[in-house]
Design a protein around this ligand. Sequence first.
Ligand SMILES: NC(=O)c1ccc[n+]([C@@H]2O[C@H](COP(=O)([O-])OP(=O)(O)OC[C@H]3O[C@@H](n4cnc5c(N)ncnc54)[C@H](O)[C@@H]3O)[C@@H](O)[C@H]2O)c1
Ligand SMILES: [Zn+2]
Length: 698
Amino acid sequence: MDHMTTTPTPARTDVLADEAAYLTAVAQARTAADAYYGTGESGMDDDMYDRLLRGITAFEVEHPDLVAADSPTREVAAGVTGGDVDHAVRMLSLGNVFSAEDLTEWAASLQRRLGGREVNGWVVEPKLDGVALAARYRDGELVQLVTRGDGSTGEDVSHVIDDLAGLPKRLAEPVTVEVRGEVLMTEDQFAAANEARIAHGGAPFANRRNSSSGSLRAKDRPYRVAQTFLAYDALTDPAHTSDPGLAALTHTALIARLAGLGLGTTLGTPVATLACATLDEVLARIEAIGVLRPELDYELDGAVIKADDPADRAEAGTGSRTPHWATAYKFPAAQKITRLLDVTWNVGRTGIIAPRAILDPVEVGGTTITYATLHNPADITRRGLMLGDSVIVYRAGEVIPRVEGAVTTLRTGAELPIAFPEACPRCGADIDRSQERWRCVRGRDCGRVEAIRYAVARDCLDIEGLGERLVVQLVERGMIEDFADLFTLTRDQFLSLERMGDKSADNLVAAIEHARRQPLNRVFCALGVLGTGRSMSLRIAAYFGSMAAIQAADAVALERVDGIGGEKAPVIVAELAELAPVVAKLAAAGVNLDQPGWTPPAEDDEEPADTSGLPLAGLSVVVTGAMTGVLADYSRTQMNELITRAGGKATSSVSKRTGLVVAGEKAGSKLAKAEEHGVEVIDPEQFAERLADLLKEA
Ligand SMILES: NC(=O)c1ccc[n+]([C@@H]2O[C@H](COP(=O)([O-])OP(=O)(O)OC[C@H]3O[C@@H](n4cnc5c(N)ncnc54)[C@H](O)[C@@H]3O)[C@@H](O)[C@H]2O)c1
Ligand SMILES: [Zn+2]
């Protein structure tokens, strides 16, 4: 349960001192809930709302006689007004747990409801963070869509019947059934929705959930917005369906059946509905879903744990607001509201001019966030952001935090437009605006000289005699693209430069030879990774010992280095992926990439054995395509054994964490992926050469 113990949800509760404080809290919660379920735009983030609600609940437990009639704890959706369509079976909310202990307690209470026996199996699903919807099929035809409303009655939203992927107009069989699930937006759908809304003079939505809710409920719009539906339930009682077989199905089987009818479900995704025999399996699955969360194309706010067997469900029964046979394990909130203080424009290595949001520091998922990515100017426009806005910031897992949108209801009128740069903020050249990502017209040339000057300076490689004038010449003549190219320049090439004598050329060659043997921390520093100066580079080098190990590290591993937090780590990972070709050049030029005298850091969890002396130390290696040369007869298993013997880690898929790809003949998508991630690619012959000593031994 690693991620749960390392980032526990701060289940804080505001203690309400007296009835007056209680009534104020109830009023605040009602206002927020009205906005949340109404316009979709609440001025409170979920963390704040949940804290308020926990305070209210605690007070009500202590003072049952003082419970307000309009308490938001009483009803589904805080009793916000429903609609004019009756639900044959009420659409409920879910109870919450926040830790393994809470879950165990809840399971024990369910066991008590079952007369002391255990459930006949569990099932775990992602808790999809969108809007609940009931879809009614008659003889296989989609006839009506209804929102959850107050649980008893909902709103008819059949006007979006054509817009929901995962809700086919006709099922694979002519069944009559009401399917229930979540409507949500993928990132692309969210961007398209905001674009369409702006094009029609509207304000963009603050986040995807609001966008889903708003887009479902808006009638008579001149444009359509695509969304995604994922089913997690159906009315299985024979009173409500033409398929009497449904009632006997376990939940797992029901979901498979719904998918078979053509409905969207999580099946086929990494977080698919999964049956679990024991509570330990349930906990492991919840953890797995938490780990996968940042990689999914839709947002989750937890996992849902249900009894799998319909007999268990019937016996456990249902409360006024929530079923007794299911609960939600809430993940730490990934979204928080904070203020957008400023926007800065950074010019990247390739001349890309990227805006970055400077935020009023806010804690999201255990990390204090002070900045977030804004992608590009079009993105800022699409999100309709202004300086001083209250914005929703999103961060889950190891991703770089991003700004979702502004909560426009919290505007004061003092907000200012965000100024876009007129010229390249680094060199003053013109900006190429032909793409969404703006770029300095000088591209990689913008900043190239500065980057190389930084790399050769005293704190980094310390190449004496290589001043600005020489660097400019080398760059302008196309002799070097980055500092790694310095290591392959010859004495004659130096002599070809203006005002370069024999003596100076000799000195330069000697200085570069010296630089070739500099310790890893200086070479790493020379890379100019964002957020890593001289001392941070030393800490990183001292911790990992080799460039390969640094490249193989993910954000979690990087966070173990003193001074690297959850905000910086993913930036370093992304930067290193971009710099992989430079590192490959350094390695090829024989530049030292090890930290002298390195010993592995003491670690209490299982650390791999010390492999630092081996040729693939700490490197994650992917083999693809047909092997040739001396490796021609090696099976994949033998290749993997070879990699392991060489201190590397054999993996099957290419990601930003991959350190090396060995691409043989007919290498396909993995090769393409390696290129996309800037991973070093070599052929089997080169690989054999690198492992020559080991191959000789064998
Ligand atoms: N920010 C605010 O102002 C504000 C106000 C009110 C409520 N809220 C938030 O809303 C939440 C509580 O509201 P709630 O009762 O509407 O719902 P909930 O999200 O806690 O739980 C019930 C809902 O979960 C959804 N769900 C997703 N995946 C599911 C699955 N696999 N199986 C079953 N259901 C699944 C369903 O739509 C269901 O209606 C809290 O997180 C609270 O913070 C926020
Ligand atoms: Zn520039």
